[in-house]
Design a protein around this ligand. Structure first.
Ligand code: SF4
Length: 477
């Protein structure tokens, strides 16, 4: 799953180099993110389709009523765009408050969403209803404690009756509804969840029978993805909206509830599902805080990995504000190739990305970034690529994962042969790099890296293939 992670914001328009056009209504999403990618990111000059439109959300607004510091509003236009906007001040949208001046996330029935709160917020909310901090802590442990993961008031064994009554009336326990679980032949599970607004996301659980401590849940951070990586199925979807912190946390809680009896307690979380986590950084930071709380889910920060395609300003913020691990989806050794297969590179090129990491990691103690490198036959898998990669990562404390490409319908790339991957690995290892080969998991259930989601009629454009790679895409092994 490692290469799934990373995702970002983008404007997409139809331009001369788009071979596959968005077919009908366009999808647009605007976020508060401090760095809005320009429409040139994907090489399009037209702005027919904007995933980060600066226009205000207009007709047919559907308020999701996420009432913490920010709110998410999805607006569907009958013209040429659907936009998703995060307002800076939820109170302007009439977000409910707790009556004490605080504002908490609420669902469509105006019930407070328990899993959308950090512990301090949950404690504040419980106290605002006249209960004690130790009762808040007990509730927290019942929500996230090993073997409990309470999903309803009925499961809150031992909790004060008045507090349970208050929770029954004012609190919502779940942000997700289970839709389906698919199991691949290697035991990897893909879990499909329906969100409150009817959208569907996917979460993957990767069991390791021999080494249960490695069992991992791969969570999504957005519905779809705006980054349009050319090798990724999720990227075909475009971005619909960010997930709330509760929707992210609940994926890990649900995975434990559903599967820990079969696969053992899940110890690792990777943000490598649908979406670019750092484009949704506020909710991702909140979710990771909740996940590593030592009285709750208690994941080790070293075992929670957020993966990015390379949103440089957000990456800096993440390294400053989080103690969790970072993965960077690299996948190319030249700007020419990366501009094509990962359009984010047109905004933050290899030099900018790697210099930032080099500089920022000087201030982190015993911290290594994980570079993910999906190997694409004839595109980025030459010995020259291996040598360039050695030079690129020099001076950056890191590990490198070489990932085999997972083909999907409509994909134009082919996986590099195992033999060639091993040669590539050996060149890196001989130069002193810490490098691992990662076998694909779950690809017969479309649960592997780069295979999540379900593109609809509206799809992100396939970018023009640089002339020197056109033959490589056509060649057979
Ligand atoms: S398009 Fe796929 S690989 Fe690229 S950032 Fe999005 S989810 Fe990650």
């Amino acid at each position: 799953m490692e290469s799934m992670g990373c995702v970002w914001m983008r404007r997409v328009g139809l331009g001369a180099n788009s071979l596959l056009a968005w077919k009908t209504t366009a999808v647009a999403a605007k976020t508060y993110s401090p760095t809005s990618l320009s429409s040139s990111l994907c090489g399009f000059s037209d702005s027919t389709i904007s995933l980060h439109s600066c226009r205000p959300a207009s007709v047919n607004s559907v308020a999701l009523r996420y009432a913490s510091r920010r709110s998410i509003t999805a607006a569907v236009s009958t013209s040429s765009e659907v936009s998703c906007e995060i307002d800076a001040d939820a109170r302007k949208d009439g977000a409910p408050s707790d009556g004490n001046g605080g504002v908490f996330p609420v669902d469509k029935e105006s019930k407070v969403i328990l899993k959308g709160m950090r512990y301090v917020e949950l404690e504040e909310w419980v106290r605002s209803h006249g209960f004690r901090p130790d009762q808040a802590l007990m509730l927290w442990k019942l929500l996230y404690g090993n073997g409990i993961w309470a999903h309803s008031v009925d499961e809150l064994k031992g909790l004060n009756k008045d507090l349970k009554r208050m929770l029954e009336e004012h609190a919502s326990f779940q942000s997700l509804s289970l839709k389906d679980i698919k199991t691949a032949s290697d035991g990897t599970r893909k879990i499909l969840f329906t969100l409150e607004d009817g959208l569907v996301i996917e979460t993957v659980v990767i069991p390791f029978q021999k080494e249960r401590s490695r069992t991992t849940v791969c969570v999504s951070s957005q519905v779809g993805c705006a980054m349009n990586c050319q090798f990724c199925f999720t990227g075909r979807m475009g971005l619909t909206r960010h997930l709330t912190a509760a929707e992210i946390v609940d994926q890990a809680v649900y995975a434990q509830r559903l599967l820990s009896n079969e696969v053992g307690t899940i110890k690792n979380v990777v943000f490598m599902g649908m979406g670019e986590p750092l484009q949704n950084i506020d909710n991702v930071l909140k979710a990771t805080d909740i996940m590593v709380h030592d009285q709750g889910l208690h994941f080790s920060p070293r075992k929670v990995t957020v993966s990015t395609s390379g949103l440089v300003p957000q990456l800096k913020r993440y390294l400053h504000e989080s103690s969790c691990a970072l993965a960077v989806s690299l996948n190319a050794t030249t700007d020419e190739v990366r501009n094509w297969i990962m359009p984010i590179n047109r905004k933050y090129n290899l030099n900018m990305l790697l210099e930032t990491l080099r500089e920022e990691l000087r201030h982190k103690h015993k911290y290594k970034v994980l570079f993910e490198y999906v190997m694409l036959a004839g595109i980025n898998d030459s010995i020259e690529d291996a040598k360039r990669l050695i030079d690129l990562v020099r001076g950056i404390p890191c590990k490198i994962n070489l990932l085999s490409f997972n083909p999907h319908s409509g994909s134009q790339f082919r996986p590099t042969s195992t033999e060639k991957m091993m040669e590539f690995r050996d060149v890196l290892a001989e130069a002193g790099c810490v490098v691992l080969l990662r076998l694909s998991r779950g690809d017969d259930s479309m649960a592997a890296c780069g295979q999540l989601g379900k593109p609809g009629d509206i799809q992100a454009p396939i970018l023009r293939v640089p002339a020197q790679f056109q033959m490589a895409l056509k060649q057979e092994d």
